[in-house]
Design a protein around this ligand. Structure first.
Ligand SMILES: C[S@@+](CC[C@H](N)C(=O)[O-])C[C@H]1O[C@@H](n2cnc3c(N)ncnc32)[C@H](O)[C@@H]1O
Length: 220
């Protein structure tokens, strides 16, 4: 996924992207996104949706919904609102909803996940899949999700987070030069999303393949 302001157009999302850069980047990627990025990360989407489906409450916000790859996995009783900065990605998600007849998807809106404008406590659950490492300010994203999810609700992320030590640390350092082709940041630190105060209450679950991705769940 490219960085729009970089004339070399690298292929991986960077945490420093601003909103216009995100829109420009995903305008270029929308038509091939599913083909290039849909495969290996499918485990993570299915795992996150499975977890959402088990949680109490029906009002679900998916931030950075993209082309809507996860939308078919939600249970029929969940009422889904998807938001994304990229109208091009949203167009694909809308086409998927129509083609697959996903009547539980209530809204697909062009909104910034860091500043949604939704009323406080509007949702029971918020989920972000492979978006935490793309938004300009991951902690602002988390703060916004804490605001729009009701107290007692849940916030979930699935993402690749860099190992802090051990063999995976070495592997990720070795993989970093290939990150453009891989489509994610091997070195996105979990601390960039969770402040120390959050970290104690986050439940982390490794997701296949090889525990490459992590499902993070917080009780709001
Ligand atoms: C790597 S894609 C992931 C898409 C989808 N969640 C998936 O699993 O395939 C990241 C998505 O986040 C969106 N995005 C990035 N920053 C955003 C923001 N601040 N608000 C809403 N969407 C954002 C991008 O437009 C893109 O569609």
């Amino acid at each position: 996924m490219p960085h729009a302001s970089d004339s070399r157009q690298p292929l991986v999302p960077h945490t420093a992207l601003d909103a216009d850069s995100v829109r420009n980047a995903y305008r270029r990627w929308a038509s091939v996104y599913d083909l290039v990025f849909g495969g290996i990360s499918g485990w993570g989407r299915r795992r996150a949706a499975f977890e959402v489906n088990r949680l109490p409450g029906t009002r679900v916000l998916e931030v950075g919904v993209g082309t809507g790859l996860a939308l078919p996995y939600y249970a029929p009783d969940k009422r889904i609102t998807g938001i994304d900065l990229s109208v091009d990605m949203l167009d694909r998600a809308r086409a998927r909803v129509a083609t697959d007849g996903l009547s539980n998807v209530e809204d697909l809106l062009e909104l910034d996940a860091e500043n949604t404008g939704f009323a406080a406590g509007r949702f029971d659950i918020a989920v972000g899949m492979f978006v935490a490492s793309v938004v300009p300010n991951p902690r602002r994203l988390l703060a916004e999700l804490r605001r729009v999810v009701r107290p007692g609700g849940h916030i979930l992320f699935v993402n690749h987070f860099a190992a802090k030590d051990g063999p995976r640390w070495w592997v990720e350092r070795a993989m970093a030069p290939a990150s453009r082709a891989l489509g994610w940041h091997p070195d996105f630190a979990i601390d960039a999303l969770f402040a120390p105060a959050d970290a104690a209450s986050v439940q982390l679950t490794a997701v296949p393949p090889f525990g490459l991705f992590t499902l993070a769940k917080l009780h709001n």
